[in-house]
Design a protein around this ligand. Sequence first.
Ligand code: COA
Length: 544
Amino acid sequence: MTELRVSVPDLGGIDEVEVIELCVASGDQVETEDAIIVLESDKATMEVPVPQAGVIESFLVAVGDRVSSGTEVAVLRVADASSNNGATNEDEAPAATEAAKVEQENEAVSESNLPADKTGTTQDVVVPDLGGIDEVEVIELSASEGDELEAEDSLIVLESDKATMEVPMPIKGQVLSFKVKVGDKVKQGDVVATVETLSSSAQSSGEDTATVSKSQTAPQQSPSASTKEASKSAPKPLADLQVSASKSGQAHAGPAVRKLARELGVDLSMVPGTGPKNRILKEDLHSFVKVKVNQSGSASVGVVGSQEDFSKYGPIQEVSLNKIKQVTAKNMVQSWTTVPQVTQFDEADITELEHYRKTAMVSMLPEGVKVSPLAFIMKACAHALKAFPNFNSSLGPDGTTLILKQFFHVGIAVDTPEGLLVPVVKDVDQKGVVNLAKESAELAKKARDKKLPLDAMSGGCFTISSLGGIGGTAFTPIVSAPQVAILGVSKAQMKPVWNGKEFEPRLMLPLNLSYDHRVIDGAEAARFARYLCELLSDTRHLLL
Ligand code: COA
C-alpha cells in the first residue's frame, strides 16, 4: 500500500477557492476519477477527483477552508506502490507549467488587446478556451437582451459533462443580443452575445482593464477581433481544472444554486433537477423548500443557523440547544414562513376587574388559590371565540375550506427553565375563573417540573401568551399554526384616559392579537380585540 497526496489542481489564475463539500468520508473506497471534494470560486464550482482507485486515509482540509493550486487536500491509500499517478505535484508540474505559460500568454494578449472602451462601442462575447473540450451546451442565459450588467456579471452558463462555467460580461454595458439559445452546442470562439459599453469611465483606466483580463473565463477582445484572436486571448478556462464527472447521486447544480442551497440549509442531493441533464435550477430549489415548508409536521422544517465563523472576531462558546428549544425553533420557522400574520393592538380598561380581583374576590377564594388576571382573560377569550367562530378554526388541508371547531381548548404559553411549553386548558367555555386559575397554575407547575403528560399540549384552538407578570408594553406573538390566532398580553399600567370631560386614571391592559390573514380579515380582528376589551372592562360578563 502506498500513500498518495491528492492536491488541488491548477486553478487557472484564481488565487484561492473555498472547499464547499467533502463528497466522501475518511475510510471510503474510491474509484479512479471519483470526486472527493468540491471547490467553489465566485464564478464556478469544480470537483477534485482522485487519480486512481484507493481508500481515503484522511482529509487534510475541511469544509470552509480556502485552498490554492497545489494545496494537499487528502491522503489516498492505493494498492500499487510503484504507480506514477497523476495527482502528485511532480506529475502535475508539466501541466502546471503549460498552464502558467498559457496564463502568461493570456494576460499579455488580453491586456494588449483590450479595447479602450467608449460609450456605445459594441463588441462580441465569445466562448473562451475550453481547454480541449470540443463542444459544450448553453444551459442558461443569465440575462435578457436589453439588460444592463456590471463587468463580471454572468451572461450565459455553459456546461460540459465535467463542469459548469459562467461566461461573464467583459465590460460594464448593455446586452444587445444573444447569438445562442438554451440547448445550443457551442465551441471555443463562437460568438454568444453582442454587448455595448455603457460608460467609458469605469473601463477606460488601465487598472480596470487589468482586472477584467484576470477574469477566469472572460473573453477579452477588441470589437473587431476575430473569434480566433478572441479565444487566444481568453484566460485559462475552467475545463483545464481537473474536474470530474459527477458521481451518481451527487448534486448537479451551478455555483449560484449551490450557494443558495447552503444558505437555506438544503441538501442538494435531495432536490430533483428539472434542467438539462437533470441539472438543479433555482426554481427547483424554491419548489423543494416550498413543499417542505408546507408539509405537515414541524419536523420537516429546517432551521438554518448562521454559517459565519464568529471566532474570527473574538472568543466564542458553542452550547447545545435542548429538545424543547429545537422544537420551538422549528415550529416558529414553520409558522413564520407559512402563515401571513398581522398583529392587532388594543387596550382593555381593567380598573374595575382588578379592583374586584384584589378586594371582594380575595375574601371568597378557597385557601391557597390565587387568581391572576390571566384566568379572566381566558374566560373572555372563550366568550370571544364563540362570538367569532373564525378565530376558533384551522384551514383545511388544501387551503380551500375552514374547519370550525365546536370545542374551546386554549393553550397557555408557560416560560420554563428548559424553554417555552404550551399546555392546553380544555373546555375553557365550561369552566369558571377560579377553576381556570387553578387548572392553569397546575399545568404551569407541571410544565416547569417536567411532569406534563404527553397529550397535555395537544388540541389547542387558540393560545394566550401572557408576559404581563414580567413587563413590557406590547409584542407580536407568533401564531401557533394550525391555530389561526394568538393573544399576547402585556403588563397593565395606570394611564390618563379621557372620559369626555376629563382625564381619569385607568388601569389599561395591552392586548396583542396576532392572526392568520388567510383566514381572518383586519376588521374582524379589530372587532375581536374590541370585544375582548369590552368583556374585560365589565367583570360581570366573565363571572358567568
Ligand atoms: N398586568 C399586570 N400584572 C400582571 C399581569 C398583567 N397583564 N399578568 C400577571 N400579572 C401579575 C400577577 O397578578 C402576579 O402578581 P401578584 O403576584 O401580585 O398577584 C404577577 O404578575 C405574576 O403573575 P404570574 O405568576 O406570571 O401569573 P400569570 O397567571 O399571570 O401567568 C404564566 C402564568 C404561566 C402564563 C406565566 O407564569 C408565564 O410563564 N408567562 C410567560 C409566558 C411566555 O413566556 N410567553 C412568551 C411566549 S412567546
